[in-house]
Design a protein around this ligand. Structure first.
Ligand SMILES: [Zn+2]
Length: 370
C-alpha cells in the first residue's frame, strides 16, 4: 500500500503499518482508508508517526535530523525532529512538543502538519526561510509515547490521558499526568495525590522518565531557546505562565500581547475565537511544562489548547483536523516570528511597543468575555 504525501511530493511505502494483528498500533479501525485521503487529514498511530519521522528525515537530509532523547516507562523511544538550515554559527532555537496527554490526538496531528508546512514554506516564503536560517526547530510529535499507544488500543482506552507507569505501592491504578509532573511549583495546586485520578502528579517532581527527558533537553538548551510551545486540546485557549496564582512572570505584558496577537491571527483564518489567559485565572495548576520552561529562563512559553470548545471534545472528527491545523499554524508562527524578530532585528523594542499599541483594544474586549 502506498501513502501519498501530496504537498511534499513524497511517497511512503507503508506496508509495515498493515502487518501484525497482535500489535496494538496496527489493529485499530479501518486503516485502509488512509491510502485514499491526504495524510495530514487523518490521525496516525505511533507506528505510523515513527515511520513518518523517518521519511521526513530521509526526504529532507539537509534540513531535518532526528534525535532520541529519552525512553518512556515502557522503554519506547522519545524522538524529536530538528529542523533548520545549517549554519556555521550557534543558532537560536524553538521548542515544540505534542502528545503529552495521550487522548489529545489533534496535538500529534498538528506537530505533523507544522513540520510539513515548515518544510514546504521555507522554499518559497522569505520570512520562513529566514527563520529556518536563524533558528532550529526542535519538535517532538509525541512525548507520551506509551499513553498515546495505549489510547489507540481499543475504544475503551481511547480517552487515556496519563503515562503508563504503575502507581506507587498500595495503588493499583496506572499513570501519572505528565503535565503535572514538572519541577515547577510541583504538587501544590490543581493536582491530585490519588494515583487513580486523571491529574495525579506522581511521587515527586520529574518522577516520570518522560518528564525527565523533556526537562534534561530544556535545561541543556535553555540559553538558546527563544520560545517553548506545547500543544494540547481542547477549549481554544492560548495559555501562558504561571499556574500559581501568587506568581507573575516578569514579562507578563509581553506574553499577553504576543498571545493576543496569535489569537488574532487564528481568528483571521477561519473565524475561531481563542481566549488568551494564564492558568492562575482559568484553573490554577502546578507541575506544568510551560511553567518549568519559563522558570528556567525561556522568555516565551505557551500552551495551546486547540479545537474545539465542547461539542466533540477529545474526539475531534478527522474532517476538522485540517482547519484546526491551518489556524493553529498561523497562531504558532505569530509567536515564533515575534521571537525571531526580537532576537535578530535591532528594532525589537519597537516591535514590542507596536504590538502593545495595536492589541490593547483587543485585550480589553477579550477580558470581558472570560
Ligand atoms: Zn492536555
Amino acid at each position: 500500500m502506498m501513502l501519498c504525501f501530496g504537498s511534499v511530493g513524497l511517497v511512503l511505502l507503508a506496508l509495515d503499518m498493515q502487518k501484525g494483528h497482535g500489535n496494538p498500533d496496527s489493529a485499530v479501525w479501518n486503516r485502509m482508508e488512509t491510502s485514499e485521503r491526504n495524510y495530514y487529514t487523518r490521525y496516525h498511530n505511533m507506528t505510523e508517526i515513527s515511520e513518518w519521522m523517518e521519511v521526513m528525515e530521509r526526504e529532507n537530509p539537509d534540513v531535518v535530523s532526528s534525535m532520541i532523547y529519552g525512553q518512556t516507562y515502557e522503554k519506547r523511544n522519545i524522538t524529536l525532529l530538528k529542523i533548520g538550515l545549517s549554519s556555521p554559527e550557534r543558532k537560536k532555537a524553538i521548542w515544540m512538543d505534542c502528545g503529552i496527554h495521550a487522548r489529545e490526538w489533534i496535538a500529534p496531528a498538528f506537530c505533523q502538519y507544522f513540520v510539513n508546512e515548515l518544510l514546504r514554506m521555507y522554499k518559497t516564503d522569505t520570512k520562513v526561510h529566514k527563520m529556518m536560517k536563524n533558528l532550529d526547530f526542535f519538535i517532538t510529535p509525541v512525548v507520551n509515547v506509551d499513553g498515546y499507544t495505549y489510547s489507540w488500543l481499543n475504544e475503551s482506552t481511547r480517552l487515556w490521558r496519563k503515562s503508563r507507569s504503575p502507581g506507587p505501592d498500595g495503588c493499583t491504578c496506572y499513570g501519572t499526568d505528565l503535565n503535572r509532573n514538572f519541577n515547577a511549583n510541583w504538587g501544590t495546586i490543581g493536582v491530585s495525590t490519588d494515583c487513580c485520578e486523571e491529574e495525579y502528579g506522581g511521587t515527586k517532581a520529574s518522577s516520570e522518565p518522560e518528564t525527565q527527558a523533556v526537562t534534561d533537553m530544556l535545561d541543556e538548551m535553555s540559553q538558546d531557546l527563544l520560545a517553548f510551545i506545547t500543544i494540547h486540546c481542547f477549549g481554544q485557549f492560548i495559555i501562558f505562565p504561571y499556574g500559581n496564582p501568587n506568581t507573575l512572570p516578569p514579562n507578563y505584558n509581553e506574553l499577553m500581547a504576543v498571545g493576543l496577537g496569535a489569537a488574532n491571527a487564528i481568528k483571521a483564518v477561519h473565524g475561531m475565537r481563542y481566549t488568551v489567559i494564564s492558568p492562575d485565572i482559568l484553573y490554577p495548576a502546578s507541575g506544568l511544562s510551560q511553567d518549568y520552561a519559563r522558570q528556567i529562563g525561556i522568555p516565551l512559553s505557551f500552551t495551546f489548547e486547540l479545537r474545539d470548545t465542547d461539542e466533540y471534545g477529545f474526539i475531534l472528527p478527522e474532517d476538522l483536523i485540517q482547519p484546526t491545523c491551518e489556524e493553529a499554524y498561523v497562531g504558532v508562527q505569530h509567536i515564533i516570528s515575534y521571537a525571531h524578530d526580537k532576537a535578530f532585528y535591532s528594532s525589537a523594542a519597537a516591535v514590542t511597543t507596536t504590538l502593545w499599541t495595536t492589541l490593547m483594544a483587543v485585550w480589553v474586549s477579550s477580558a470581558t468575555l472570560l
